[in-house]
Each structure stands twice: as structure tokens, then as C-alpha cells.
Design a protein around this ligand. Structure first.
Ligand code: ADP
Ligand code: MG
Length: 244
């Protein structure tokens, strides 16, 4: 197995609040790692550190041999190598769907406009949104906007995709359509690090489950193991909150 991402002894604090404490994790190429844990335990901060959006106090983040030294400088290509999708879609309201998707590959990666357009149309078709390409974000549902946000990440050809609770803001009937797109990406052997509260989805898609609590990784398990016989009391307590 080939390692693609390696986080070593990461420490992150905001002033005197320690948010991540000695977090280490290795992700292999083609692997789907799902991070679960209570609200406020540091999941988003962890993804933001991996994406170079935060300065860190100690430790290292290494992507395919390249160590990142945050805060990243202008012109640093590191973030192009990582695709991140957030809970809020962050599409530009005054650009069409196609315009939103084509912006970064043309401006940042300096790719050919026709080539980028062809790929954008192909990706939109794969997520069932061909008919929306000339619409504006406000004309789309939340689930549709989130699928556009995923396409916008994919068109950069990232080596790893980070998803931070991408269905948390969606109405229940739209959650499925977004999760299905992510399941399809897993079938294509994409490397993904996913934060979610959708436990059935986590169980179905994960190669490994990472359980975080209080700024640390408490448990790393195969999904079946984690959901049927978690090793720690904290994980048991956490999973109980999803039973009803
Ligand atoms: P999660 O995603 O697991 O809910 P977060 O990573 O968002 O957790 O937050 C972890 C902790 O860090 C929380 O206590 C949160 O209040 C704190 N935190 C997050 N971002 C900031 C920030 N920019 N400044 C200060 N504290 C922050
Ligand atoms: Mg979060």
C-alpha cells in the first residue's frame, strides 16, 4: 500500500485553547477514511490543518512527500493538490454553474479553456446536472449546489479529497443524492478523508473509521468493528447518541 498523506504529532491551538493534541494519521492511496466524533472535538480544524488553512504549533503534514509549512505563501501549489468541500457550498453567486467550475482550472492552473469546459460538462453529466450548467447558484437546490461544489473540487484533479460535513446543511431528501456522488467517487478508488455524522453512510463507505474526542484520535478501526464493538467507553457513549 502506498502512503499519500501522513500527519505526524500534530498540535494545534487557538491562543491558549488546545484544539488538536498529538494527532497522527496515515492515509493510503485509494483509501476512504471517515472521521467521526462529537461536535467541537476538532474534526474541522484537523481538515483545515491538512489543507494548509491553519498554522500549526507542532508536528508535520506531509502530502506525497511534500511537507507543508503553514501558513502557505501566495503561489504555493500545495492547496491545488487537495480538494476540499465544505458544509456551505461557497459558490460565486454572480457566476453561472459552469463559470464557477471553470474559474480555478483556468485562472490558477492556466489550463486551456476549451479543455476545461469539456471536462466540466462531462463531470456535470456524471452528477446529473448537465441541464443546470448555465443557471446561477440561487436557481439550484442545496443538494444540487453541493454536487456542483464537488465537481468544482474534482476538476482540479486533486490527489486527495476532504469532505467536511457536506450534507449537514441539507434537507433530508437531498442528503442521499450527495452521498451517492461520494459513494461513486469511492468506487473510482479516490483517496478521501470524510467528516460526517451520517453513521450508516460512514459504515458503508469507510475503509477505516477514525474516532476523535477532545482533540485526540481515540480509536481507529475497521467500520464493522467500530460500529458493533467499539474498543473505548468514549466511542460507545458517542455511538449511543445515534440510537433512537
Ligand atoms: P468540530 O469540527 O469537531 O465540531 P472544530 O474543529 O470546529 O470542531 O472546533 C474544535 C474546537 O476549536 C472548538 O472548541 C472550537 O470552538 C475551537 N475553534 C475552532 N476554530 C476556532 C478559531 N478560529 N478560533 C478559536 N477557536 C476555534
Ligand atoms: Mg466541524
Amino acid at each position: 500500500m502506498e502512503e499519500i498523506l501522513k500527519v505526524e504529532h500534530l498540535h494545534k491551538s487557538f491562543e491558549n485553547l488546545t484544539v488538536l493534541e498529538d494527532v497522527s494519521l496515515t492515509v493510503n492511496k485509494g483509501e476512504v477514511v471517515v472521521i467521526v466524533g462529537p461536535s467541537g472535538c476538532g474534526k474541522s480544524t484537523f481538515l483545515r490543518c491538512i489543507n494548509g488553512l491553519e498554522d500549526i504549533q507542532d508536528g508535520r503534514v506531509i502530502l506525497d512527500g511534500q511537507t507543508i509549512n503553514p501558513p502557505l505563501q501566495k503561489g504555493d501549489n500545495y492547496r491545488q493538490r487537495i480538494g476540499m468541500v465544505f458544509q456551505s457550498y461557497e459558490l460565486f453567486p454572480h457566476k453561472t454553474i459552469l463559470g464557477n467550475i471553470m474559474l480555478a482550472p483556468i485562472k490558477v492552473q492556466k489550463r486551456d479553456k476549451n479543455e476545461v469546459r469539456a471536462e466540466a460538462e462531462q463531470l456535470l453529466e456524471k452528477v446529473g446536472l448537465s441541464s443546470k450548467k448555465d443557471n446561477y447558484p440561487r436557481q439550484l437546490s442545496g443538494g444540487q449546489k453541493q454536487r456542483v461544489a464537488i465537481v468544482r473540487a474534482l476538476i482540479m484533479h486533486p490527489e486527495i479529497l476532504l469532505f467536511d460535513e457536506v450534507t449537514a446543511a441539507l434537507d433530508p431528501e437531498m442528503v442521499r443524492e450527495v452521498l451517492d456522488v461520494i459513494l461513486e467517487l469511492a468506487k473510482q478508488q479516490r483517496t478521501m478523508l470524510i467528516v460526517t455524522h451520517e453513521m450508516a453512510f460512514a459504515r458503508a463507505i469507510a475503509d477505516r473509521i477514525v474516532f476523535m474526542d477532545g482533540g485526540s484520535i481515540i480509536e481507529v478501526s475497521e467500520p464493522e468493528r467500530f460500529f458493533t464493538e467499539p474498543r473505548t467507553e468514549r466511542a460507545k457513549r458517542f455511538l449511543k447518541t445515534f440510537e433512537y
